[in-house]
Each structure stands twice: as structure tokens, then as C-alpha cells.
Design a protein around this ligand. Sequence first.
Ligand code: FES
Ligand SMILES: [Fe+2]
Length: 350
Amino acid sequence: MALSPEMKARIEDRVNTGLPDHWYPVAKSVEVRADAPYGVVALGEKLVLWRDKTGKIRCIQDFCPHRGAPLSYGEVHAGNIACRYHGLVIDGTGTVQEVPAMPDCPMEGRKALRSFHVRESSDAVFVFMSSNEETEPPELPLSPELTDPDWTGFLCTAIWEVNYRYALDNLADPMHGCYLHADSFTLAFGSKQDLLELNNRDEGFRVARVGQIGENFDWVEFETPEGGMYCHLDIPYPPAAGPGGNMRIVGYVLPMGPQKCKVFFWRMRKVQGFERESFRFLYRAQLEENSWSVLEQDRVMLEGMADHSRTREMLYQHDIGLAHLRRALNRTARAQLEAEDAAAGVVAAQ
Ligand code: FES
Ligand SMILES: [Fe+2]
């Protein structure tokens, strides 16, 4: 049955904001410290993170329950966070511990803010953006290279002033490599004409060029398990880039606001022993700069696109990956909304 216009609008709005009940990376591990709070926006929600006395990362809404000052402007004291404005102290569960300006203030002991589940892995901090604090999070979806000791790499993050959907579309679009990045160190090779094929996988899909593999950005795999979404792809490396063959990129995207996202890219190679050290040295000395300039080409192109370009585009065969990805996001948003409506006793109108 066709969806009602209202349901279509709700799906669009939810996908545009970012799907709740998924894990998202929000920061590098080193950015979240025990001596200073770290503020970030995820799915339009302001969050503050810090490390408690045990080193565990805590995450609550970045909103002082007194008057709404950002807690991320405050200080960490004895594992809790103190608001800079009037000193209120709140703990990692979002409960007010102390109102130092006012003896016996009834706010003390009140749970005032939502807290979020946090996991640290592979140099990154992941937050489960639950729609309901009681929801038990599913397993953190980690690309296998991230936890496989045979692989080594570097996490690079960047904020792009564009809705996260454009960053995902870009990753699902292998044909842009040999055009947008044609003058780069690693992506200048291969034919500029091809067809793409799409294959469903257990939990996700693969988009690949039909006519060449291993010459350019020729394939990408998106994984869409219950708890989130990530992708991986290969950038072929010429011999001058040292041992290890292809550079594997593992990508996650954090939706921040309507026109803001943060990309998390691990640049990895399967290298051990001496080759591992040589890659890590070469990466810092030379390859990192090349990688950044390629990423900048993506950022500039996407930021130059109008936010409503999606409503005017004329897609062709090469866009099967992003069309598939969009359908997957819409399907998940619809299933979430229908489940929420059912739980709230709303009779579905569609
Ligand atoms: S706004 Fe935070 S203590 Fe007043
Ligand atoms: Fe690119």
C-alpha cells in the first residue's frame, strides 16, 4: 500500500536527522580526557563526554539542568562535571550531585539528564544514540580490520558542512574516483567508463565496477547490521607507496545537524613486522598529506552542492549504490516509526 504523505515526510525527516538506535563514532579517544569535557553534536543532540575517575567515558546531554548552560564549557571534578555558570555538579548518569551555591537545594539527587552508552574501540569513541534511555544497545558494529591485529592504520576525522547523506552517497559512488581525484597520487589510474554492479550481502551490499577491479576506487561494501552502518573500500597503491598493497579505507559518518557531519576514516594496510613499521613511518612522512588532499576534494565538492540537489538530480546506472543505500535508510526509518507508532497505540494511516 502507498505511504501517506505524512508518513513519507516523517521518514524523510528521520533519515535526514540520522537514524536513532544506532552506534556512531563521535570523537577520537584522545580527544576525550579526564581533565576537560568534550562537547559534540550527534543527530542534532548536544552531548558532553568526559572520563570519570576510572578512566571510563561518560556521556550525557550537554545541558545544565539549572538554566541550560553547556556543560561542555565546565570542568571535570572528581569524575563528575561541574557547570561553569553557577557550579552545579552532575554525574555520568545525569543525576545532580551538588548545587554548591544553594544549601539543601531540592535539585540534589534528581536525575535530570539522559545518559548514553559509550564504547571505545580502535582509537575512537562510539555513542549509542538511543531514542529511549532504557534501550539495551545492540553490539557495536566494527569493521573486522579494526580489531584484526594483522591490520594497522590511522584514524582521520573531519567535519564537513553538508548533510551526512551526501557523505554516504559519495562513498557509495565508485565512479567519482577517476574523475574528481584524477590528479591525485593514487586515483589517477584506470578507465573512465564502466558499468557498476550491485550485490546484496548478508547484512549490506557491495557496489563494484564491472570492467576493472584493483585500478582505482573500484568497489565499496556497505555493512548495515542492526546497530549501525559502516563501509570499507580499497584504494590501490603504487609500489612507490611502500609495502602492503592496497590501502583499505574503513568509513563511518556521524550525522551532526541538517548540514553538518563528521567523517571517520581509518586508513589501513595489512602489513606485519618491518613492513608495518615502514608503512607507519611512510604514512606520517608522506602519505598522510596525499590522503588529506583527496579528502579535501570530496569535502569541497560536497559542500558546493545545494542541500536540495537530491530533489533535482537525474540519476543513471552508476548511481545504483547510492539509490540502494537511500532505500535501506528509508526502510529502517519506516520500520522504526511503525514500531514506535504501534507501541504508542497509533493506528497506522498508511
Ligand atoms: S546554568 Fe549551570 S549552574 Fe546555572
Ligand atoms: Fe572521493
